[in-house]
Design a protein around this ligand. Sequence first.
Ligand SMILES: CC(=O)CC(=O)SCCNC(=O)CCNC(=O)[C@H](O)C(C)(C)COP(=O)(O)OP(=O)(O)OC[C@H]1O[C@@H](n2cnc3c(N)ncnc32)[C@H](O)[C@@H]1OP(=O)(O)O
Length: 425
Amino acid sequence: MPTVRRVAVLGGNRIPFARSNSRYAAASNQDMLTAALDGLIARFGLAGERLGEVVAGAVLKHSRDFNLTREVVLGSRLDPGTPAYDIQQACGTGLEAAILVANKIALGQIDAGVAGGVDTTSDAPLQVNEDMRQALLELNRARTLGARLKAVAKLRPQHALRPEIPRNAEPRTGLSMGEHAALTALRWEISRQAQDELALASHRRLAAAYDRGFFDDLMTPYLGLTRDQNLRADSSLEKLATLKPVYGREDATMTAGNSTPLTDGASTVLLASPEWAQAHSLPVLAYFADSETAAVDYVHGDEGLLMAPAYAVPRMLARNGLTLQDFDYYEIHEAFASQVLATLAAWESPEFCKERLGLDAPLGSIDRDRLNVNGSSLAAGHPFAATGGRIVATLAKLLAQKGSGRGLISICAAGGQGVVAILER
Ligand SMILES: CC(=O)CC(=O)SCCNC(=O)CCNC(=O)[C@H](O)C(C)(C)COP(=O)(O)OP(=O)(O)OC[C@H]1O[C@@H](n2cnc3c(N)ncnc32)[C@H](O)[C@@H]1OP(=O)(O)O
């Protein structure tokens, strides 16, 4: 078996994230991922380079994009001999792509690779309705005039008026992500005030990070945007408190302010062996230390849809002999403020940790000053598959600036899954 090598995170590049149906409304997944990759190539001098692999994905994909990532590579300035492929693990896609690339580097199978993700809810892959699809397939198969007329006769005007629009919902429950998260918020008694405070902190911290120039070498302006469009530096607890609940019952706590907005955007990160980094005179920001995935039975059990990271993190900690407190930074994806708070509450709960995780003592609480220190998805927005790359690049740079330390990444995903990782320096 090959020796396991260290895996370096050399940096990232993303385009600013845009609110759905606004600045990037006319851009496709391919356009946006190409823009993010081109920026990475320019920043790291990768033009003409044959990388080991490029792995990326989108949660919402058009059928024409059957291998979106390969198309993006062919349209980029990388050597066309760079293999590329798509993966999809809902909101865990970007981080899972980084894990795939990292593991291949660790095993010595490749020396360097790019991981990425992209999503647009503006340019959503709307499909024709099922009856119309069947009739069109029949028409395509028809070899005689009679067969063609028979297929055409099955087409109805109302079919065209009933397209299949992708829903932000779980196929097995019919509930949206937000409706699931609202159930979890109730179960963990997460207050509206706590959610709004987390949302406000996310906006304030992201705004401060922009003002410090933190994203200057992590981002390429795109279609006139230089900052994440959702960022509201002027948000306040008073304004957040006035927003009407959007999920759950009358007394529900989740609003547009403490939920992620629908977002368009793309991100990429460059990973390599330390030897490759040295040969290319590229400094290492941080190292990929470990990763883990988990899934919960949200269909039959009483688990919250987005609670899988609560299971993945303790497994990864145990394997590495770490406690939850052994981190300088916690990057917990803010799908919804309530979701972050429910995950933290689970780790603090003696019952949950004993009964669900089989631990003698709770994992305990974290230092909230170390959580999402430069803001997260509530402020930046959440183009599903692009969030992992945003987080990996942000955390790697935070660790590089600190000079040493360890950071935890935790991303909840649709389908009851979670993807988590540790970076260190
Ligand atoms: C997918 C996975 O695998 C896992 C996951 O991550 S799950 C998460 C997936 N993501 C989602 O489900 C995102 C869902 N989000 C949405 O559908 C929509 O954003 C939403 C339904 C929550 C809100 O939609 P909306 O009502 O159109 O929001 P929007 O119009 O922007 O905001 C409503 C109001 O709140 C205000 N507002 C929003 N955020 C604010 C803030 N931080 N501060 C102050 N005001 C704010 C807006 O200004 C607006 O006010 P006005 O009506 O006065 O203009």
